[in-house]
Write a protein that binds this ligand. Structure first.
Ligand SMILES: Cc1ncc(COP(=O)(O)O)c(C=O)c1O
Length: 383
């Protein structure tokens, strides 16, 4: 067996190590300091958005968004069930209600028609999740939101550097959330960003971000001392992590270009297996600029777990993805779902296999993974 091939691996070098060491030695490692402000400005310029705030995680970015939008108890928010818990917990923390909707069978992104059917008089917002860094159908989501007066908070945790219709994911709706978790394309271990083009929302968010104070206005010289003016929490990121992130952001294009090449290797290697109807390769719709965050196959539900076992036994960190939130223990016990209401979501969840994808993965390793997959299906056919 070859060495273990992990699912994800950060792309670090001496650059990050030196940036971290230098920052430590200056002692400037508090939250929301000069480095954070510089990186926030770089984020805003890089992703062509008016305002960016660094936060401790993508989870915090969504919590900050919904706090700033003043989501209230009783409000409903439409969100795909096929997502990480954070998208839904951010809603629950406001006392509001997540309303789970279906996804498309090919992109695993929110199904806009299904979402539209779930709009009620209490619906306040919709949270599209850009799965694998492939943009949701934002033109149709914007239209739906406009027709019903809904706010859009994009869960672009996986979408850093990806675009829809020429705009960066996370910058199209009212607010957007990026994640810089260790599994993401660019990372500082844990981290995230809140993004918005709305000046009033940004003003409220920067107050909530700084424990309910107007410290950001004070630092800009707009008030002569800072004080408590609104609800808030500690949503700032340590400048140590911001400095590591700054180094990573400089490499975003390099990282995503390497991922694109590997993704295409996978696509080529699996084309003959798809032709035999053993699996379905992932789909990036035309006109969508992905960031190649995840490579995920779909296989028959009856074979999925055996394939993952087969690959893992050969040193390949293949894995499944989300347990749909409506079928989770919390979704059933606390939110009243039975767990079988969203058939496309359930089918996708049971048939999905994620394969290793990170910049240092080699073409030979992709070949090895494809060969191990072929070997599995050959064995199944013979059996
Ligand atoms: C779709 C999605 N939303 C939210 C998150 C949460 O981001 P974080 O781990 O930075 O809190 C993640 C991943 O971690 C994610 O994949």
């Amino acid at each position: 067996m070859s060495d273990w091939i992990p699912l994800t691996k950060p792309y670090f070098s001496q650059d990050e190590a030196q940036a971290a060491a230098q920052t430590l030695l200056t002692g400037e490692i508090g939250g929301g300091g000069g480095i954070s402000r510089r990186v926030e400005q770089k984020l805003a310029a890089r992703f062509n958005v008016k305002h960016a705030l660094l936060v401790p995680s993508g989870t915090h970015a969504m919590e900050l968004s919904l706090m700033a939008l003043d989501l209230q108890p009783g409000d409903q928010v439409i969100v795909p069930s096929f997502t990480f818990t954070s998208t839904a917990t951010a809603i629950l923390r406001q006392g509001a209600q997540p309303v789970f909707c279906e996804i498309e069978a090919d992109t695993f992104n929110l199904d806009v028609e299904d979402a539209a059917a779930r709009v009620t008089a209490r619906t306040r917002a919709i949270m599209p999740v850009h799965y694998a860094g492939v943009g949701c159908r934002m033109d149709r989501i914007l239209e739906l939101a406009q027709n019903h007066g809904l706010k859009i908070v994009e869960d672009a945790a996986q979408g850093v550097g990806a675009k829809y219709g020429g705009k960066y994911l996370g910058t199209i709706g009212d607010a957007g959330a990026y994640s810089f978790h260790v599994t993401k394309n660019v990372t500082c271990g844990e981290g995230g960003a809140f993004l918005t083009n709305d000046d009033a929302l940004a003003l409220r968010a920067e107050i909530i971000h700084e424990k309910g104070t107007n410290r950001a206005q004070f630092l800009r010289g707009q008030v002569d001392k800072y004080t408590w003016v609104d609800v808030g929490s500690s949503f700032v990121l340590s400048d140590l992590l911001a400095r590591i992130l700054e180094t990573q952001l400089d490499k975003l294009d390099e990282i995503n270009a390497k991922r694109a090449v590997l993704y295409q290797h996978y696509q080529d290697a699996f084309a003959p297996l798809e032709a035999r109807e053993w699996l379905k390769r992932p789909v990036i719709p035309p006109g969508i600029a992905s960031n190649w965050h995840i490579y995920a196959l779909r296989v028959a539900v009856a074979r999925r777990d055996a394939l993952i076992d087969h690959l893992r036994a050969r040193g390949i960190g293949a894995t499944f993805h989300y347990v749909p939130l409506h079928s989770s223990p919390f979704g059933r016990a606390q939110l009243g779902y039975r767990g079988d209401e969203l058939p496309v979501t359930e089918m996708v969840s049971r048939s999905l296999v994620r394969l290793p994808l990170y910049p240092d993965l080699t073409a030979a390793q992709v070949e090895y993974i494809a060969a191990a997959t072929r070997e599995f299906f050959d064995g199944q056919v013979r059996a």
